[in-house]
Ligand binder design. Structure first.
Ligand SMILES: NC(=O)c1ccc[n+]([C@@H]2O[C@H](COP(=O)([O-])OP(=O)(O)OC[C@H]3O[C@@H](n4cnc5c(N)ncnc54)[C@H](OP(=O)(O)O)[C@@H]3O)[C@@H](O)[C@H]2O)c1
Length: 245
């Protein structure tokens, strides 16, 4: 599917990896629905940058994806503003450290709601709209750690493993009109709170002995949208070899 003139919703699109994906799709000619939760200011800056750099239509949409009502309002609002949605990127995510033995059910519930239930609800509502319209692409941004969980991020890793199952299930439910694929990033943009010793440990744990960048993820997403119409239900690891190290 060529992106020129198409509409793409990027959840968690205001900052970091989501922002890079939004910019990359806008550069290819897509109109961008930028979803944010707390980062309204960044979302507005990104909207202005997309419009001034690429002359594309872009709009911002706030929603707390832990709340099903907000998720429904998000898909309704995007469809109302743009009339249709051709591409859904599920990138928003909660990433809490949850020490095993001290993880409470609130943290579990919030992580599952944002990282798994929201992609399901959006995949269902917008995916069926795409199917009705005869074409569409859904990309789920997962994590290499969905396949090799680390115990101090257990709810996060389990939510991402669930997202891989959802990826397969949506690919089946929405075929043949809509292709659904996953990107599994490795360390592309570390949390700002990490110190230099921790960063070095992460870097040296990859096979390629370096960190990636948000653009590595954005390029994989672009490939899955524009150059891979025979690919569905796939899982593309973009992790510098971290999974197999
Ligand atoms: N960064 C990496 O190296 C890396 C590695 C592996 C996988 N990934 C995956 O790649 C994706 C993007 O990574 P990232 O580092 O850019 O993610 P991030 O900064 O941790 O989070 C992305 C966005 O998720 C949104 N979000 C959090 N809670 C939300 C809620 N309740 N409702 C709605 N939105 C909410 C936030 O939006 P607001 O700021 O607007 O609140 C945030 O900006 C994620 O799915 C992540 O799991 C990233």
């Amino acid at each position: 599917m060529k992106l020129q003139g198409k509409v793409a919703l990027v959840t968690g699109g205001a900052k970091r990896v989501g922002r890079s994906i939004a910019m990359t799709l806008a550069q290819r000619g897509a109109k961008i629905a930028i979803h944010y939760n707390s980062s309204r200011k960044d979302a507005l800056l990104l909207r202005d940058e997309i419009e001034s750099s690429y002359g594309r239509d872009a709009e911002i949409f706030g929603a707390d994806l832990s709340k099903p009502g907000d998720v429904r309002r998000l898909s309704d609002a995007v469809l109302k503003y743009f009339d249709s949605v051709h591409v859904l990127i599920n990138s928003a995510s909660v990433y809490h450290k949850d020490q095993f033995g001290k993880t409470d059910s609130d943290s579990w519930d919030e992580t599952m709601a944002v990282n798994l239930r929201a992609p399901f609800l959006l995949g269902q509502s917008l995916g069926l709209e795409m199917k009705k319209a005869g074409e569409g692409k859904i990309i789920n941004i997962v994590d290499w750690a969905a396949k090799r969980p680390y115990v101090d991020y257990l709810p996060y890793c389990v939510s991402k493993a669930g997202l891989l199952c959802l990826n397969t299930a949506l690919a089946k439910a929405l075929a043949p009109e809509v292709q659904v694929n996953a990107v599994l990033p490795g360390p592309v943009l570390l949390p700002e709170s990490m110190n230099s010793k921790q960063r070095e440990a992460v870097r040296s744990a990859t096979l390629l002995k370096r960190l990636g960048s948000p653009d590595d993820v954005a390029r994989a997403v672009l490939f899955l949208i524009e150059d891979s119409d025979f690919v569905t239900g796939a899982e593309l690891t973009v992790d510098g070899g971290r999974l197999i190290a």
